[in-house]
Design a binder for this molecule. Structure first.
Ligand SMILES: [Zn+2]
Ligand SMILES: [Zn+2]
Ligand SMILES: [Zn+2]
Length: 256
């Protein structure tokens, strides 16, 4: 069975366009310049997994006509990656299952705090049914036939986790990664990695920093995600990228 990935969102925390911005990217009519909050969907035979569920999660599910998913994997606790978790209530209701949420113990703790009404003794009736599964001690875990390997990095002082699945790896909100973790990426055919903008940023890879990591991993193809408006117009930036490297855009689907 063929597996495919769909970029549900490829934008940084505020999304693109930014509220109130009149730059050429935020006012572009090219749909590839509009970026919802970063999220990736992976589909294989009978299994569908989404990595991160930010504030655009509901719209992303509706736009792609997705009625059910088997699990959500979280990369870290920032709201642009977790702010849509309440929306799984519709899946809880219609599909009659809780939503497995794979994440680190640190992120799980943040979810119990951020969504306090969904956990514990005072759980509110009708709250989302989220089953937190902590991955810290796991070298690998599986959702259906999809096997995931956590790949750890730093997002400034915050830990962040990316995921390798088969010949594909997905890293977002990384600012640094150790040699040991880069080793886990060796042999991937497709690498998806965050590239915020051209100039350096304290907590996200710039485009050049992302290109440098990609060159070390040396996959066949690379897609950059979690971009802000300063990345520039898709049509201007795409031709300047090294061979095999591309800007991802919302709705892009590729077979893996
Ligand atoms: Zn982010
Ligand atoms: Zn702008
Ligand atoms: Zn973040």
């Amino acid at each position: 069975m063929k597996k495919k990935i769909t970029f549900l969102g490829t934008g940084t925390s505020q999304g693109v366009p930014m509220i109130g911005c009149h730059c050429e990217v935020c006012t572009s009519e090219d749909p590839r310049d509009s970026r919802l909050r970063t999220s990736l969907m992976i589909e294989a035979d009978g299994v569908r997994v989404v990595i991160d569920a930010g504030p655009d999660f509901r719209g992303q599910m509706l736009h792609h006509k997705i009625e059910d998913i088997n699990a959500i994997l979280l990369t870290h606790e920032h709201r642009d990656h977790t702010g849509g978790l309440d929306e799984v209530r519709s899946i809880n209701y219609f599909k009659r299952h809780d939503m497995p949420i794979y994440c680190t113990a640190r992120t799980a703790e943040a979810m119990r705090r951020d969504y306090a009404y969904a956990f514990g003794e005072n759980r509110y009736p009708g709250a989302p049914v989220l089953s937190l599964i902590e991955i810290d001690a796991l070298e690998h875990f599986s959702v259906g036939e999809l096997k995931f390997t956590p790949v750890y990095g730093s997002h400034s002082f915050l830990p962040v986790v990316g995921y390798r699945f088969g010949n594909t790896a997905y890293l977002t909100d990384f600012k640094s990664i150790t040699d040991e973790e880069v080793e886990k990426l060796k042999g991937v055919r497709t690498l998806i990695i965050n590239a915020l903008r051209h100039t350096p940023h304290p907590s996200h890879f710039s485009l050049n920093e992302a290109i440098a990591i990609a060159e070390r991993v040396a996959p066949e193809r690379v897609y950059f995600t979690h971009c802000c408006h300063e990345i520039g117009l898709y049509t201007k930036v795409e031709p300047t990228l090294p061979e095999g490297m591309h800007l991802a855009y919302d709705g892009l689907t590729i077979e893996i």
